[in-house]
Design a protein around this ligand. Structure first.
Ligand code: NAI
Ligand code: MG
Length: 372
């Protein structure tokens, strides 16, 4: 029996293109692994009313970890219209499979590295090497929202929050509310993960990115917990930044930052900002990591206009494979893959359109595989 069982979930559009690229590289890496394919995405929504079928969840429960391509998703009304005729009117509701995976497997860390590879013409600067820990299961994306606002909820808010009084006279169907839910456990485990990572990888600093001066309760909770945890790591510099200021600093001095840790929404925003500093969507990889399972993915979507053309950059996906190898403890193989990626970029010969070249997705994957 193989040491690992790895689920490959190509999904939709260019998810399939970049998964083919990943497989070329995985073959060369020669991991002691069995690979299994799982169904996910738009196709399964249309045919079955479920973009993440139960059989896929079952397959994932029996796998070591998963590599995911991308999925297509559409607004509510459009999604309903595309359901197969026989499924119409049966009450199927579209949900994002990747959000569901994060919740289902409690993948609380969203690891988003942003490293500038030397020679990448898309770099903002060449000395950027950030690692972002974005909380992945709660915060502003917890999904507890109201519209129209139920009267009972309004009454409770009026009773407990003086600040709600300003909205007392707004009709319930003219007000929408999203809640930012943060738990002690949620704050603790994401900050702890960031510090543990910093310690293991000899990183200089960890910066908490929040807004506790305005979001006093949720931000305050995160801040107090982070300060406590920081005391356990005297060798690592602990810093704090407000999220708005951080957006500026990341443009002004991105090289001054190292590991960043943030709540779900703030982490989402700063990790996209950071991604653009080092080449954009073609280079942005992520790991959704829990205590017992993890899903690795490029952060881009299914880019329908490029689907099946093998034009897009597979680097984000190959960097996701690198994250996966590290998570498996295969650090030697991870390093070799990262070095091969760095070499191909530095040589500057084989590159996709976004980098000013015209190589195909698979050419890039082959060039990387040759250098492993
Ligand atoms: P997208 O990320 O699919 O593509 C936006 C544009 O970025 C593309 O048209 C292309 O110009 C560029 N791009 C993306 N990946 C690239 C790569 N590897 N190399 C070079 N260029 C690349 O975002 P978009 O167009 O907003 O969404 C398309 C679909 O993907 C939607 O249905 C959306 O809901 C879904 N989506 C899925 C995600 C996921 O599976 N995790 C994440 C984001 C969007
Ligand atoms: Mg995002």
């Amino acid at each position: 029996m193989a040491k690992y069982r790895i689920a490959l979930l190509p999904g939709d559009g260019i998810g399939k293109d970049v998964m083919d690229a990943a497989e070329i590289v995985l073959q060369k890496i020669n991991l002691d692994a069995e690979y299994v394919y799982g169904d996910i995405g738009w196709e399964f929504w249309k045919k079955e009313g479920n973009p993440l079928p139960d059989r896929t969840l079952e397959l994932l429960r029996n796998s070591t970890c998963a590599l995911f391509g991308a999925i297509t998703s559409k607004p509510k009304e459009e999604a309903q219209k595309e359901l197969a005729p026989e499924l119409q009117g049966k009450g199927y509701e579209y949900f994002s499979p990747i959000v569901r995976l994060r919740q289902e497997f409690d993948l609380y860390v969203n690891l988003r590295p942003a490293r500038a590879f030397k020679g990448n013409p898309l770099n903002y600067r060449d000395d950027i090497d950030l690692v972002i820990f974005r909380e992945n299961t709660e915060g502003m994306y917890a999904g507890v929202e109201f519209y129209p606002l139920p009267q009972e909820v309004k009454d409770v808010l009026l009773k407990y929050s003086p600040k709600m009084k300003r909205f007392a006279d707004v009709p319930n169907d003219e007000i929408a509310i999203s809640t930012r839910i943060m738990t002690k456990k949620g704050c603790y485990r994401i900050v702890k993960a960031a510090f543990e990572y910093a310690k293991k990888h000899n990183r200089k600093s960890v910066t908490l990115v929040e807004k506790p001066n305005v979001l006093r309760e949720t931000g305050g909770l995160m801040l107090r917990i982070a300060r406590e945890i920081a005391k356990e790591y005297p060798e690592i510099e602990y810093r704090e930044a407000n999220v708005d200021a951080m957006a500026m600093w990341l443009v002004k001095n991105p090289q001054d930052y190292d590991v960043l840790v943030a709540e779900n929404l703030f982490g989402d925003i700063i990790s996209d900002l950071a991604a653009q500093l080092v080449g954009g969507l073609g280079f942005a990889s992520s790991g959704n990591i829990g205590d017992n399972f993890a899903v690795f993915e490029p952060t881009h979507g299914s880019a329908p206009k490029y689907a099946g053309q093998y034009k897009v950059n597979p680097m984000a996906m190959l960097l996701a494979v690198k994250l996966m190898l590290d998570w498996l403890g295969e650090h030697g193989k991870a390093k070799r893959l990262e070095n091969a990626i760095a070499e191909v970029i530095a040589e500057g010969k084989v590159k996709t359109y976004d980098m000013g070249g015209n190589s195909s997705t698979l050419d890039v994957a082959r060039a990387v595989a040759e250098r492993i």
